[in-house]
Design a protein around this ligand. Structure first.
Ligand code: FES
Ligand code: MG
Length: 579
């Protein structure tokens, strides 16, 4: 598959630690022996880092505690030496204010773990939302051969025989509870039925989107991202990852050979066809920039105009979940229907081309993975809007909102921050109609901080009781991939740094035109200039610690929210450690 020379035992990176007849290597060998390993267990073998994002706080990765043993088994079978290294677990469920505040911290950790240890290649164990881009961004910068082992989606939820989807049904039934349509006992029963096994969210949220994107880039084994976490096939996939990474080290199949512009274009096409989470845009831009590829919001918008949404998985689809998607043929099946939109000659971790990887894939259910001429949504999942409210762009997921909002003008109801919104939204005397545009600001990368998933602003209680379930909402926040509705997100530049969203006032008319890709406030230039002159800078979010560094170095949403100093073009490349 390759004209790159194969590695030999003496050209392995780890040999620099273990092979020389000197004092330092004596230390490395004697300390390996301290753990009970004999020299013949490591000498001349690829050392494989397994970055494990297991923790007691991450239910999506609960199986990683034992699954890592399956990866190790594979490494050993193929003649490698496994070295498990724990990495930041980033539990979407429990980490506050938002895991996005820490995605780059995981990326830094992954990069430096790989750089500082005696390893030749890596298996990355992730899946819960930010763990996927975090691990991949870091491992890309480290540059060693790597393979991503996705956590797999959890089983479908169940309540009274009805299927429940992660996130989406929590929002939906919360509104029903606020409207008084379900009982307290129903709510308790839903709590017990919505997450029935380990594994990541099984709607097309950020986790399912990012692991599918990773497969489309070529960084997982073919089909790996669709396998449910609780399926025995997931265990077999884990051990195959272990075997394959050892071969990848010998083949010197580094990520730079896989993560080309073509590979990212494949990822974007797949994202559109899947009805991807809006978070994917930020992560793919950041991942591509690490790989030296200039991917922008416009690449997503261009793809969205030509790639139909064919995965009938909630929240964009009407009923199915990732488990159904797997039974229907999974991502390789979906990609067979996207052949015309994919670069099939892109290389993957299998050592083959993407086209070869999916050559024998089949589809077993045309309602779950729709034919191209019977899509869930004819144009893709996302649209990028610009205008005087968001000169650098913002995004909407038209497939997940009521069609009447795709062209809409209404008066703004502006909340300056999340607590203000929370305090007002359920008041019976709130001056709001279904035509209003709800606005939340100071929720962006610096203002949030960390761009929390607050973008699906709750519908005011007074309107919920009237049966209203969707409204136009605008923020510089993100929203969960399992959210839905006419939510305009990632407004850039954010209000906290003085973006025009900071100038909007309650009562101003806002016009949304998705077909025309516009978002504007109907306020004159002169008036905006007057308001800008009055604008006072907001108070600092942090005066010490990680948050202080975060706010100094975070990029805006349209640039992927990486730290400036972690980007590939920032300064000379890092030199390998002196051993
Ligand atoms: Fe982990 Fe949703 S909470 S993927
Ligand atoms: Mg999520």
């Amino acid at each position: 598959m390759t004209d790159t020379p194969r590695k030999t035992p003496d050209t392995l990176r780890s040999a620099r630690w273990f092979a020389p007849d000197d004092l330092r290597s004596f230390g490395h060998r004697s300390r390996a022996m301290q753990m009970g390993y004999a020299p013949e267990e490591w000498a001349g073998k690829p050392v494989i880092a397994i970055l494990n994002t297991w923790s007691d706080a991450n239910p999506c990765h609960a199986h990683f505690k034992t699954r890592v043993e399956d990866v190790k088994r594979g490494v050993l079978q193929a003649g490698g030496f496994p070295m498990e290294l724990p990495a930041l677990s980033l539990s979407e469920s429990f980490v506050k204010p938002t895991t996005m505040l820490y995605r780059n911290m995981l990326a830094m950790e992954a990069e430096e773990l790989l750089r500082s240890h005696p390893v030749d290649g890596a298996v990355l164990m992730g899946g819960c939302d930010k763990t996927t881009p975090g691990l991949l961004m870091g491992a890309t910068s480290a540059g060693l051969p790597m393979i991503f082992m996705p956590a797999g989606p959890m089983l479908r939820g169940n309540w009274k025989g009805k299927v429940l989807g992660s996130g989406s049904d929590a929002w939906k039934f919360w509104d029903e509870r606020r409207a008084g349509n379900i009982s307290d006992q129903d709510w308790v029963d839903i709590e017990g039925g919505i997450a029935r096994s380990y594994g990541h969210c099984m709607t097309m949220g950020t986790a399912s989107t990012m692991t599918a994107i990773t497969e489309a880039i070529g960084l997982t084994l073919p089909g790996a991202s669709s396998i449910p976490a609780a399926d025995a096939g997931h265990i077999r996939m884990a051990s195959t990852c272990g075997r394959r990474i050892v071969e990848m080290v010998w083949e010197d199949l580094v990520p730079a050979r896989i993560q080309t512009r073509d590979a990212f274009e494949n990822a974007i096409a797949v994202a559109m066809a899947m009805g991807c989470s809006t978070n994917a845009i930020i992560h793919v831009v950041a991942m591509a920039r690490r790989a030296g590829c200039d991917i922008s919001l416009d690449d997503f918008d261009a793809a969205s105009r030509v790639v139909p949404l064919i995965a009938n998985v909630r929240p964009s689809g009407d009923q199915y979940l990732m488990e159904d998607f797997f039974y229907a043929g999974g991502l390789p099946g979906l990609m067979t229907r996207l052949r015309d939109h994919l670069h099939l000659d892109a290389l993957t971790v299998s050592g083959r081309t993407l086209g070869e990887d999916i050559a024998h894939a089949e589809i077993h259910n045309d309602d779950v993975i729709r034919p191209i001429d019977n899509p869930v949504y004819a144009e893709g999942a996302l649209a990028v809007l610009r205008g005087n409210l968001s000169p650098d762009g913002c995004v909407i997921k038209p497939s997940a909102c009521e069609p009447r909002f795709l062209k809409h003008t209404g008066p703004a109801l502006v909340f300056d921050d999340y607590p203000a919104m929370k305090a007002a939204i359920d008041r019976d005397d709130l001056d709001v109609t279904a035509d209003h545009v709800l606005v939340l600001r100071n929720a962006g990368p610096q203002g949030g901080p960390g761009m929390p998933e607050w973008g699906m602003l709750p519908i005011p209680k007074k309107l919920v009781k009237q049966g209203i379930r969707d409204m136009v909402r605008i923020s510089d926040a993100r929203m969960s991939g399992t959210s839905y509705g006419a939510c305009i997100l990632h407004v850039s530049p954010e209000s906290y740094v003085g973006g025009p969203l900071a100038l909007l006032r309650t009562g101003d008319l806002v016009t949304l035109d998705v077909p025309g890709r516009r978002l504007d406030m109907e306020v004159s230039e002169e008036e905006l200039a007057r308001r800008r002159a009055e604008l006072a800078p907001p108070p600092a979010r942090y005066e010490r610690g990680y948050g202080w560094m975060f706010n100094k170095h975070i990029r805006q949403a349209h640039e992927g929210c990486d730290f400036d100093f972690l980007e590939t073009g920032f300064g000379a490349p890092v030199v390998e450690p002196d051993i």
